[in-house]
Design a binder for this molecule. Structure first.
Ligand SMILES: CC(C)(COP(=O)(O)OP(=O)(O)OC[C@H]1O[C@@H](n2cnc3c(N)ncnc32)[C@H](O)[C@@H]1OP(=O)(O)O)[C@@H](O)C(=O)NCCC(=O)NCCS
Length: 336
């Protein structure tokens, strides 16, 4: 029963292979010796392609059954979050994928060139090299071999709380937030294993990321402080901030806030916005409270921001204007 809870859709396995920085290949040689190698693999037309030297261990596996595996360890869960005494609940949150099949060689020049182009596009997406396929690499291609795992079956698993009781999922989600294991927390949210409810039916997002980027940028672009800043730069600033939180409704971004932080002395809050239809419902306050409790912000002695228009809003969160007139546009929340 537990095992079935962890099993995920095939598409998740393919997605994990596509984003894995490296995959592991397991097979055997003709004399039955086990082979386990970490390799660069690319998903291409239903196969996983890898390259190899002309001779070597991988070549010895050609024609044989093999497994390619990828995994992501997302968080460590100590037993104490779930039980004050027993060690048994200690666990790891992860995603994993396995593809089973047979290793065959792609010998033909065009197939080799296509495979190498796919590998380059995966691992050097910025380009910066002459593409394969026009004969330029003919000699180079003779000194490598391309191996394909022709996939017969894929499996995906994730251990993120599927099938666990709500008390487990709550304790783990809160523990991840408190301990700053935000990748694991985001994975639980993405997999529907946890949701932080906010005011007015919104979902509070303790970790925003690429999935929210376009909508967050649309919300921020018209704001007066971004008047001379292009969308691409706004986007980069969002992604580079150690603390980026927000709120969603029906999966769409309705609020966003971020902070840059040194994690100790100072955090600086920027780009706070609530979509117009959602203002005045407590969403801005909830998002700011979340940001102030963010692992990158909560330990800072001072949290600062600049605002022309929203002073009264921040005053409700205990931000105060410094007395020195030289700082009159700066609001500061002082901590002991
Ligand atoms: C400022 C902003 C983020 C506030 O978000 P919001 O969701 O409307 O605010 P909330 O409903 O959570 O209000 C929280 C509290 O602040 C008060 N408040 C909110 N906006 C206020 C304003 N403009 N003036 C005075 N008080 C305000 C509310 O009355 C409420 O007080 P209460 O808790 O005592 O009832 C939102 O209005 C916004 O996005 N404005 C445009 C962008 C902007 O100015 N961002 C800040 C730039 S630094």
């Amino acid at each position: 029963m537990r095992r079935r809870d962890k099993r995920r859709d095939e598409s998740e396995a393919w997605a994990l292979f596509r984003r894995a920085p490296a995959v592991r290949l397991a097979s055997t040689t003709a004399d039955g010796a086990p082979v386990l190698r970490t390799v660069h693999g690319v998903v291409h037309r239903g196969a996983v392609l890898l390259h190899s030297a002309v001779k070597g261990e991988k070549i010895g596996c050609l024609g044989r059954q093999a497994v390619i595996a990828a995994d992501e360890v997302l968080a460590e869960v100590p037993s104490s979050w779930l039980d004050p005494e027993r060690a048994c609940p200690a666990t790891t949150l992860y995603r994993s994928a396995m593809a089973h099949g047979r290793l065959v060689e792609r010998k033909e020049g065009q197939a080799k060139a296509e495979a190498m182009q796919a590998l380059m596009e995966r691992f050097q997406p910025q380009g910066g090299h002459r593409p394969f396929g026009d004969g330029f690499y003919e000699k180079a291609l003779r000194s490598i071999r391309v191996i394909a795992l022709e996939v017969e079956r894929v499996e995906a698993k994730s251990a993120l709380g599927h099938g666990k009781p709500e008390t487990w999922r709550r304790a783990v989600a809160e523990g991840l937030w408190e301990s700053g294991q935000l990748r694991g927390l985001r994975a639980m949210i993405d997999d529907g294993c946890w949701r932080f409810d906010g005011p007015a039916g919104v979902e509070l997002m303790p970790v925003m990321g690429p999935a929210e980027l376009a909508e967050a940028v649309s919300l921020l672009t018209p704001m007066y402080w971004n008047e001379h800043i292009d969308e691409e730069r706004i986007a980069r600033a969002q992604l580079a901030s150690p603390a980026w939180v927000g709120a969603r409704h029906d999966g769409h971004v309705v609020a966003t806030a971020r902070a840059i932080s040194d994690g100790a002395k100072l955090a600086y809050v920027m780009d706070v916005a609530v979509a117009e239809p959602w203002r005045g419902k407590g969403v801005g306050r909830a998002v700011m409270e979340l940001l102030l409790r963010h692992p990158a912000v909560r330990a800072c002695r001072r949290v600062e921001l600049h605002t022309k228009t929203a002073g009264p809003f921040y005053a409700t969160l205990d931000f105060q204007r410094p007395v020195d007139p030289a700082w009159r546009q700066t609001l500061r929340l002082s901590r002991a």
